[in-house]
Design a protein around this ligand. Sequence first.
Ligand code: ASP
Length: 347
Amino acid sequence: MSQLPPSLLVIYTGGTLGMVEGARGLEPGRDFSQRLQQALQSLPPARRESLPDFEIMETSRPIDSSGATPGDWQDLARLVASQHTRYRGFVILHGTDTLAWTASSLAFQLQGIDRPVVVTGAMRPLGAPSSDALDNVEDALRFAAQPGLQEVAVCFAGKLLRGVRARKWHTYAPDAFISPNCPPLGEIVDHQAILFDDRGLDMPQRGAPRFELQDYRALGASPVARIVLWPGIAPHLVADWLNDDRIHGALLEVWGGGNAPEDSMLLGALAKATGEGKLLAAISQCPLGTIAIGAYAAGRGLADAGVLSGDDMTAEAVMSKLIHLLAQPLPSDERRRRFVTPLVGER
Ligand code: ASP
């Protein structure tokens, strides 16, 4: 690789990490750069001096991540893409609630990235008693300076996870993120970033940027539905979702290893939707393991209805991949082929 630029770019998007007390409770604060520089002064000098150089940028409107939309994912990816050759790596500071969604989407948009994009946040604001914010920023900076990391990753509580495999798993514990079906990519040991051997993406998936910066807003407000089955679910409810012209795809969260009711109305609604070119994919409601739709007679109907297997993907990865594929001018069979093909280590 040619000489890397000297600095990292830190992009502050909002979230608890940078929140301050407002009239109605915690709200995203401004002047983050100044507050972070001040907080870094509290680190022991040796640690502070061993941090990589970085510049900080704030998005125009820092938000609570509960308000993030695919349009925000798109803006963030475009920002990284536009700055990509100017920095050796990126740290994105983000609210934890939808951090895994943003990280998943960034992975699909920034395919082939040849440097680190590390997303982090915090469970408590910078400067609050026992805040995890400064540690998480410090750790993320250290990982973002590792040229061996060439993908979108989530750094939280000293662990580095594949971004498109990560999930928020705890409502308040500092160690709030896991990647249920993928081992960590690295760990902070004695304030040093250690990347585990052979856990990074395989060569065709990294090292040669081929960004796919689609216009997600053009798909409309909510192009993909997330439908979680429950015992006794009425098929007309599923049909109502899928008959809506504004819905172009759906994630179905089924049972166990790929099981769903053998209900002709339900399966008929799914088959009708796939026949219309809607992109349907299934994962399990079990947090661990993969699915094999069709292993049970009852689940076989899903495959016959054209529902694709989401394998062991997270819901965040499936939803963001469906949106990403639907935003591209592709024939339906090519979208289906790409959905079942691992693009960025998501399955
Ligand atoms: N509500 C916050 C957010 O997601 C939670 C957090 O950042 O931890 O923006």
